[in-house]
Ligand binder design. Structure first.
Ligand code: G4P
Length: 287
């Protein structure tokens, strides 16, 4: 499933979020642990302002565990609690309710003082398309609630649903887009498969990904494509792509390397986690 980009409906989504924010105690923002910056909506911080927030670093099964840990620490330093999760398998989700309660501790204490014991905690789930919202909602509700599809222009009915005693979630009221217009963001989303391939130049994309991998994960890249001899410091992305095509015997008539096929294979393998657990954006140094 990939993003269909319809930029027009942001204003309405923002209005909806502002409206529903008044009804929730906290916001749970789900991001892709491999690209925690690019997989965010650029207006969200301003929209949710001081609402207590928990960040779910999803797809942590495909991200570099050490890098994910650094992200958790970095969020902690900003007084935001973040938890690594894998909404496909459900790993890490046991920490969800405790993390929300911790973020709300002063409020829960204040409710107690006022005699509001057992008040229901209400949390809004937000995240850009493809980040794993449906998977999260499906897991947390044990399959009893289907998330609304990311379809702009479709009015959403009441999306509240309980996930346990005294704990209600609200599905994102609208579609929150990432910052597509930023070239790096667009590329990082495309690497992870969040943007449709037919709208991007596959070979250029593969070459860019290889440049990043040569810098961040040279050993994993060497091991996967048997490039032990390659000196990445002397090679550009497209040259590494040719080496990979050669190693895999991807040739077209005349003995030339089929770089188009090599590109698709590389992107597929990256997205399938075959090159390893990889995080493209590091805490503190995003680019
Ligand atoms: P969305 O509602 O935010 O748009 O995201 P959704 O849950 O539909 O997830 C988008 C894709 O990401 C799905 O893959 C989903 O299975 C996958 N995904 C979600 N969470 C995780 C995770 O923690 N780890 C991994 N590895 N994948 C995750 P898909 O290709 O669209 O579908 P499918 O392959 O699962 O059938």
């Amino acid at each position: 499933q990939s993003i269909q980009w319809f930029p027009g409906h942001m204003t309405r989504t923002k209005r909806q979020i502002e409206k529903y924010l008044k009804q929730v105690d906290a916001v749970a923002e789900i991001v892709d642990a491999r690209i925690p910056v690019s997989s965010r909506n650029p207006d969200l911080d301003r929209l949710i302002q001081n609402k207590p927030r928990v960040i779910l670093l999803n797809k942590s099964d495909m991200a570099d565990a050490a890098a994910t840990k650094d992200w958790v620490v970095s969020y902690q330093q900003q007084q935001i609690s973040a938890i690594p999760v894998d909404c496909k398998s459900g790993r890490g989700l046991r920490a969800f309710q405790p993390a929300v309660k911790a973020a709300l501790a002063p409020r829960i204490e204040a409710w107690k003082q006022k005699g509001m014991v057992g008040r229901t905690i209400r949390v809004m789930i937000v995240g850009v398309p493809n980040v794993g919202k449906s998977s999260l909602i499906n897991r947390l509700s044990n399959g009893s609630h289907a998330a609304v599809e990311d379809r702009p222009g479709v009015t959403r009915a009441n999306q509240w649903f309980p996930i346990g005693k005294g704990f209600d979630l609200l599905d994102t009221p609208g579609v929150l887009w990432p910052k597509f217009e930023d070239k790096v963001v667009g590329e990082h989303l495309a690497f992870t498969g969040a943007v449709k391939d037919d709208v991007v130049d596959t070979e250029g994309l593969a070459a860019r990904l290889l440049e990043l991998l040569c810098r961040l994960y040279p050993d994993a890249l060497r091991a996967r494509y048997k490039l032990e001899q390659a000196d990445f410091s002397q090679l550009e992305g497209w040259q590494v792509l040719e080496l990979i095509g050669q190693k895999r015997g991807m040739l077209i008539a005349g003995g030339e390397i089929d770089t188009e096929r090599a590109s698709m294979m590389l992107l597929d393998e990256f997205r399938g986690g075959k090159i390893g657990r990889i995080t493209l954006e590091r805490a503190g140094k995003v680019r």
